[in-house]
Every structure is written in structure tokens, then in C-alpha cells.
Write a protein that binds this ligand. Sequence first.
Ligand code: BG6
Length: 485
Amino acid sequence: DKPQKITVIVFGASGDLAKKKTYPALFGLYRNGFLPAGTQIVGYARTKMELDEFHKRITGFVKLPKDEQEAAHIQKQLDEFKRICHYQSGQYDQGADFDELNQRVRKLEMGIANANRVFYLALPPSQFINVAAQIRKHCYAEDGENRIIVEKPFGKDLDSSRELQAGLSALFREDEVYRIDHYLGKEMVKNLLILRFANVFFGAIWSRQYIENVQITFKEAIGTQGRGGYFDEFGIIRDVMQNHLLQILSIIGMERPVTLDSEDVRDEKVKLLRAIRPLETDDVVLGQYTASADGKEEGYLDDKTVPKGSKTPTYAAAAFWINNERWEGVPFILKCGKALNEQKTEIRIQFRDVPGSIFPGELARNELVVRVQPNEAVYMKMMNKMPGLSFDTTISELDLSYDQRYSDHKIPDAYESLILDCLRGDHSNFVRNDELDAAWKIFTPLLHKIDAGEVDSQDYEYGSRGPERAIEFVRNLGYIRHHQQ
Ligand code: BG6
């Protein structure tokens, strides 16, 4: 199932994203045999450098394992990989430089008229449209297919997002655009479609009749760490909730797509998003972290890259209400924060109490938990008899922990999975423009209030579970018992 011959052109090849994600993912695909024969990769950036120097950088992009033999093997593959990696420096606003790039790519295509091109924009959003315009004018393959990959942030609110979309859609057709939300490339997020629609028992209980609430939690145990400048412009809602967590919500909440075709899947997601009521001030609790209790970790405002006195939230909990037959009255609670007590992303579906219980005492509720990271797992919390002569009930787990069940399977990086999808021309795990629009509609009124300083925020200590108010907020939504956060 390999994609066709392709040239990948990485803009921003000397930058952070290319280093951390794009090149390691391309190399991962290469060494596992997923790049079609003849694939070439051209890095483009402003930094002038010789190919040797660029190749040295690529070596630095890849982390080698401790095992010497394995490391030697990977090193050998890396040397081969470098042979297909080229580099060209140029400005982002000079047509002549893009012309030169085009000549270069043509040569690499060796006269194949319908060779395909993937343009990967690993660039800050301020450069998107200019670069896309230069590509369209100078580097567009007239006979082959063109695909352009862009990364978030896709605007800051509905208007700015629409402006960006309008700019892009004047240059590329929607089916040529691949908007990355890397959470859609994560193994456990991709698994959701199968869990929901390939199992008869989940399908049967997936509604307000049996589900009490859904919680999607994203916790990081580190602060902004020098990325405060970027982060402060966006805040945690735009950085994580509006995209990564909302994507998960839409897959959990959507109806069954007619087929697995990417447009069918995305149609359902859009429908679900459109049924969500836009957030109001009462639907959300915000927080900002201060220094850790022991004083070892600095607070958000101590980060030198953060503007003095910034009110930008680093934590948010919000309740989403979906106005449809399946979900009315079921809160979807999304929580995300930096500098918390642990690093974890998980989805927790809490079921209702057993009606008319015949057992003494309070029963723990059933829960389905999907741990996205770390330690990928799916487990069900359920009641069981305590073994022995008593007839006591106890809460136990049906546990599918990946490190045990799939110990011989490597879980690919999200970027590997997404780049491969793009090479295959599969849009399922990319964000469509109307999906983006619907997502921004939910958040924009609230974000404007937050930006205007009209929404309170509560401090929480670095390394804590978040602001006290958030814990209370979740409790008030009816989520109290038997739950370790
Ligand atoms: C990014 C955010 O999109 O996702 C970061 O900008 C965040 O702030 C990151 O740390 C989390 O991704 P992952 O894959 O490490 O969970």
C-alpha cells in the first residue's frame, strides 16, 4: 500500500518543528520501507548552508538507541536516508528563489511529468500565505498532484481563521490541503473509530441513556520552558483545547460515518461540532501556574519570555453541551493544563449508576478509559465479586495495556502516521476547513471575553492538580465518586 513517487519539500527545514518532528518522521517512514522508491526530500530555509552541514543537522535530529548494534544499524540507514535529502537556501518572498527550487525539483523528478509534490510548511503562520503563494506560482506541478501540509495555529478566532482559509483556498483546492492536528495521528485516537464502530457492545450503550459524562484530560508536568513568548499569544485553550481535545470529543460524540471515506468521517465530525453550544463564561474555569511549593520550579510569570503581568491561562476546564438526541444533558468535560502533577492524556467515559441496584452499599460506576499517553491502554472499570467466601462486590478492571498485549509492536509517532496518510492522499486524519470553522465558532465568543480580561482565573501551584475551583467545577457537574484523577 505504498504511495506513488513523490518529492517532499520541507519549508522551514532548519527550524524547530522540522528538527523535532518532520525529519525524524520522514526518516522513520524511510527506514520502515514506507517511502515509495524514488522519493526525494528537499529542505528549504533561509539559512545558507552546505549540504554536508545540513546532513550533519539531520544526524542530530535522530535519537539513536542505547543498544550498540541497533544504533549501528540505524546509523547505516540514516546514511542511506541522507542520500535522498537535499537542501536549498532561499528567501520566502523571492520569486527567483522559488524558481530555482522548482528547477531543482524538476531535475530530481528526472522528467517524470506526473510526479507528485508534497509541500510541507514547517513555518510560523505569518509566513503561510506568502509561501503558499510563491509555491503556487513557481513550484506547482501542473501534471502531477500537489499537496500542501500546514500546521496550527490556524488563526486565533473565527475571523482570523477565515482570513487564513480564504488566503489558502485562493491558491490551493481544499483536497490539496492537509491541516495537521497531530493528535489525530496518535495511535489511541486513531483507535477510537474502531472501538466505537467495530464493537457491538460499545455501540449499544453509547448515549445519554447509559453515559453520565465524558472527560477528556490533557496534563503536562512541565511549564512553558522558554516557549512562553509563543504560548502567551495563544493560551492553553487555543494551544490544546480548541484543536487536540475538541478533535477527540468530536470522534467520541459523532454518529457513525456512512463509510470510512475521509469525507464521510469529516462530515460526521462537522455535524457534531455544529451541535455544540458555544461556550459561555460559566462553562469554564481558568488557571495560571505559580512557582512550585518548594520554589524549585518557576511560575508562569517568572518565565522571561512571558510578558509581565500576563493573564494568559495555562489551565482550563470547560463543559461542552451537545444539543442532539444522543447527548442532550451529558457534559463533555475537557481539562488541560501545563505544570501539573503528572503528564497524561486520557479519555474517561463514565456510565450511569445501575438502576434499582439490589446490592448493599454504593456501587462504583462503570467507566471506559482510553489512555492516550503515556502507556497506551484501554480499560473498563467494572464491578466484580471479591474472590472468597463472602459475596462482597469490588471494583476491578478489564485491562488492555499495550505494553503487555502488544509488546512486540512499536507505536509510531503521530507525525509518521500523518505524513504517510498525506503521501497516500488520505484526508481522514486532517482538519477540513468547515471543521475548523465550526470549532472556532464554539470558542470565539468566550476567547474574546478572556482576551478582554472579563473571565476570572485562579492561580495554582506548579506540580499541583490545578486550580481548586476546577476540581469543584467538575464535582458540581455530578462527577464525584470513585475517581482518581
Ligand atoms: C502542541 C502544543 O500542539 O501539543 C504544545 O502546542 C503541547 O503546547 C503539545 O505541549 C503536546 O503534544 P504531545 O504530542 O507532546 O502530547
